[in-house]
Write a protein that binds this ligand. Structure first.
Ligand code: ATP
Ligand code: MG
Length: 476
């Protein structure tokens, strides 16, 4: 894979020289003339390293660094500074830059530094993965991910796994709740004992009680033998109660009792059974809301919620996407005896931008399908399903955040509309027909919007700026 470098400098000469040099050295080079443009490219290209000039026309290099690190905490940045701005360079280092170089710089030296910084970054990532591998041993699938969210999660598993506290795992469907529960169990002192998984949502309500607590012979029609339940099967080990939000109120009371006293009665039995079981529960529902609506017992919620662990959706930790894709690709190649070499950069970019409503499960299934269908070679954009390639909205909508103080809907929509029209006009060199086509609008609607957004002046300057050849084009 080519190493990707993003170069942000407002001086044309420097940008060009760096582009030629790093391009020649086999790098995939992206250029930006401002920090704002740099931030935009950063979210599109996920470079291995960024070179940024400290003095830029809009936001400064230090400000770029600060904003960039919010979304890309592991980003490696080298700052370039002119003579006399060393204090700002030092400030940049404090804000997380890897190193700084002063102008004029020696290209070879800069190259060595860039290579070293990338090696360093790779080592750090490998280290995290190695540690995870060690931790997860070979008993079960390992949890992959180097994003800040994943690191925090693995740290939490380390802290909590060896205790007997009840854990409540919350997260959207497919985020890895079951995998996390397994990880907890196999990293605990109970790992040699059973881990029993019960999907409370999948077992019909009338069967769930006997499934969990067992029954005695003759307890109900068809109970020909006395049978132990899952709680007994999990004795000295862990029970994972998945989809706990789907449990009926009647059973909620009984689970509460097990949590409080570690005791229960098998169906049809007057005798109490005692067990030593660690309970891990999970749900993709909002339990607090279920409590407020009277669907989930408040006392049970508090009993379960001793250590809540939230797994965030994949779209909020996109840094993990490439590494997960790589992991599943290797796995499917191995198991399916395929020889797919990887994903083309454009295809990977689309995967990184997609919303992944089904989270890691959806990603895993998609990679599996793609690898099996492709069999060998590189997976290209044309191999991807339309859900991933088709959503042009996603490129814009992924990064929207809602600040605590809210936003002005009207102003934002107006600004967005104006910006889109301006971008299309810039692309078409002021040609309104082409701009209308780019925006999939009819010409009259576009003209109306140009008026509404007061863009006439911009249109005029674009038209004049592009010379006579364009003015003969249709639609002026
Ligand atoms: N961090 C991860 N690294 C590697 N694989 C993962 C990771 N998280 C989840 N997976 C894989 O994704 C799939 C879905 O994970 P899991 O079944 O644990 O999710 P879940 O939250 O329980 O989903 P659901 O709500 O649909 O039951 C599994 O095949 C799991 O191995
Ligand atoms: Mg699950």
């Amino acid at each position: 894979m080519k190493k990707k470098i993003l170069i942000i400098d407002d001086e044309d000469v420097i940008r060009k020289a760096l582009e030629r040099f790093f391009g020649g050295a086999g790098y995939d080079v992206q250029l930006a003339g401002s920090g704002e443009k740099g931030l935009e490219l950063l979210n599109e290209t996920y470079p291995h390293i960024v070179l940024v000039d400290l003095k830029l026309p809009g936001i400064s290099g230090v400000e770029f660094l600060r904003q960039a690190r919010v979304k890309h905490p592991d980003l490696t940045v080298i700052v370039i500074t002119g003579f006399g701005t060393i204090p700002s360079a030092i400030e940049a280092i404090h804000s997380g830059a890897y190193y700084y170089v002063t102008k004029p710089f020696d290209l070879e030296e800069l190259y060595m530094l860039v290579e070293k910084a990338i090696d360093h970054q790779m080592l750090r990532k490998e280290n995290i993965v190695l540690k995870q591998e060690l931790r997860n041993k070979s008993r079960h699938d390992r949890m992959i991910g180097t994003s800040r969210g994943m690191q925090a999660l693995t740290r939490l598993v380390d802290q909590v796994a060896r205790t007997d506290s009840t854990v409540l795992i919350l997260g959207e469907s497919g985020t890895g709740k079951e995998l996390l529960a397994k990880s907890m169990h196999y990293n605990s002192d109970r790992s040699a004992k059973p881990l029993v998984i019960v999907n409370c949502g999948a077992i019909p309500e009338n069967l769930l009680e006997s499934e969990l607590f067992g029954h005695v012979k003759g307890a109900f029609t068809g109970a020909f033998h006395t049978r132990a339940g899952r709680f007994e099967a999990a004795n000295n080990g862990t029970i994972f109660l998945d989809e706990i939000g789907d449990m009926s109120p009647n059973l909620q009371v009984k689970i509460l009792r097990v949590l409080q006293d570690k005791k229960f009665q098998p169906v049809g039995s007057a005798k109490t059974t005692e067990v030593d079981v660690r309970i891990i529960a999970a749900t993709n529902q909002n339990l607090e809301q279920a409590v407020a609506e009277g669907k989930f017992r408040e006392d049970l919620f508090y009993r379960l919620n001793v250590i809540p662990i939230n797994i965030c959706p994949l779209r909020e930790r996109r840094d993990d996407i490439p590494i997960l894709v790589e992991h599943f690709l290797k796995q499917v190649n191995r198991l399916g005896q395929k020889s797919v070499t990887g994903f083309a950069p454009d295809a990977m970019k689309l995967l990184c931008h997609y919303r992944w409503p089904g989270n890691i499960r959806e990603l895993e299934n998609m990679v599996e399908r793609l690898v099996i269908l492709k069999s060998s070679g590189l997976i290209e954009v044309s191999d991807l399903p339309p859900t991933v390639t088709g959503g042009d909205q996603q490129i814009f909508l992924n990064d929207i955040a809602m600040p605590d103080h809210g936003v002005s809907f009207k102003n934002l929509v107006h600004d967005f509309e104006r910006e889109l029209i301006l971008k299309a006009l810039q692309k078409s060199g002021g040609n309104k027909n082409q701009a209308a086509m780019l925006l999939k609008l009819n010409r009259t609607t576009l003209l109306e919007k140009i008026r509404k957004c007061r863009l006439e002046k911009e249109v005029k300057s674009l038209t004049h700026g592009t010379g006579t050849q364009q003015t003969t084009a249709a639609g002026r």
